[in-house]
Write a protein that binds this ligand. Sequence first.
Ligand SMILES: O=C(O)CCC(=O)C(=O)O
Length: 265
Amino acid sequence: MTGSLARALTAHERATFRDAGYLLRPGFIDAEACARYDARFVELANGSAPRPEGMIAMRDVMVVKGAVEPPTALHGINKILNFETDPVLFDYAKDAAVLDVARQLVDASPGAPVYVITTNVFNKPPGVDGRHPLHQDLRYFRLRPPEGIVASWTALAPCTRQTGCLAVVPGSHLGGLRPHGDPDWDYVNHAFYGVDGVDRARRVHVEMQPGDTLFFHPLLIHGSGRNRSEGFRRAISAHFASPRCTTDGRDWKTGPHIRAVGGAP
Ligand SMILES: O=C(O)CCC(=O)C(=O)O
């Protein structure tokens, strides 16, 4: 269950997404569901529950390199990815309200399935650098067109300037895919590439409370800062693709981490 009933996006919401490349829906996922996802993440990350096949828990680079001694296992994990085999976390990607918005934003027909192509819980522990450079998610996808793909990202803990909320560059999705490289930082997490030369003055910091959900275009330039608080910053996220997306001739819909969701039974 979610705190939001499925409904058609308003003309204003559609225009916001078209022009800015993102749409914020406050209070979109209810507190009970957020608490369930959060608790499940904690038991998977700290090892008190076995991780389902295919799920990866990524350790923070400062922990891997011995620059920081994490006080608990949870302090050492920056994300888990591939939760499509986890029945608790995958409820997020099947959530009717999330799917309803995702389907409208990728222009999939009502009742058609959409495809979950990536799933992550992003954990930003205190005590590590943990920044996510400004990037475009399309850098990581072979599917096209970009308009057939959308991300949903739901806060599970307060995401503020202090804890390292997302920062986005409004309208940057209209400029195409930019070259990405390795940031010039001492500690960069695995495969966290960044776009050079972004005008940082154009960033907008999107502060969010648990349940608030940001939908964004895969070309939107976005990233996140360091967690300067004592607590964790955490979010659950999925990317959805329209059935009309294609990739260099292969049948992407049967990929090991891909799941069709939300089609009429
Ligand atoms: O959670 C974060 O800090 C970054 C998330 C992100 O970059 C993404 O969802 O693509």
